[in-house]
Design a protein around this ligand. Sequence first.
Ligand code: SF4
Length: 264
Amino acid sequence: MELGQSAGFLGGGSGDYRDPAISPDGAPTTTAQLSDEQRAQHRALVAEWNDKLEGTSAEGIMDWAATHVSGKIAVTMSMQDTILAELAEGRLLNAELVFLDTGYHFDETIETRDKVAERYHLPLTNVRPVLSREEQDETYGPRLYSRNPSACCRMRKVEPLARMLNPYEAWVTGIRRVDNPLRATTPILDVDRTGRLKINPIAAWSDEDVENYITDHKLIINPLTAQGYPSIGCATCTLPVAEGDDPRSGRWAGTNKTECGLHT
Ligand code: SF4
């Protein structure tokens, strides 16, 4: 059971709050489907290239994307590090960096985002939820993130990303197979539920690969990564992790939630 679910969805017991299963009015919650033709093209690319790209460097995978994706590409950035921005810069000329600004991030994460905007030439878009934190508290009750983190992630991450993805043909993620067992079989290329191409250029990277790339390219890093936060999400839902523990065990600690829903 996730934190707070036993308390139902009523904030403070007043009974006046909206059911968090119902998203805010006035904004789509899903991404438009691509045409059958585009979906078929992407499936053909995956079938032809997934195995071939398995042993290809992340730079090579980005070069492949530049050649094979003619539409716009969204590069998702958690602002934990800037590996994807570094890989995309100068390679994906039709790309845009995308940051899900939930309103609950650590100050260090926001500062990292601002440094990314200064260092890289690719445009950076802040994707925001329909409701501000205050509006969410008024509508769904205070601390929805602790009472029903799945609903909070859905409204502040999953649905904003879904709206944002509409103009894009493909998106790039920083998912790695070593992140957790759910990600252990992540392919380099995939087709998402809307027919868009999903590109995971560092899927095969180990922790050592990440550290080496950051050092070799003198990347901006979120200072929290050196303060016991190997996996950084919202400040309200991320705890530091003891050395040697599962790096993602600080995310939604004390609940059975392990993913925000962006990749499931
Ligand atoms: S990580 Fe926590 S605060 Fe952030 S969107 Fe998910 S539940 Fe809400």
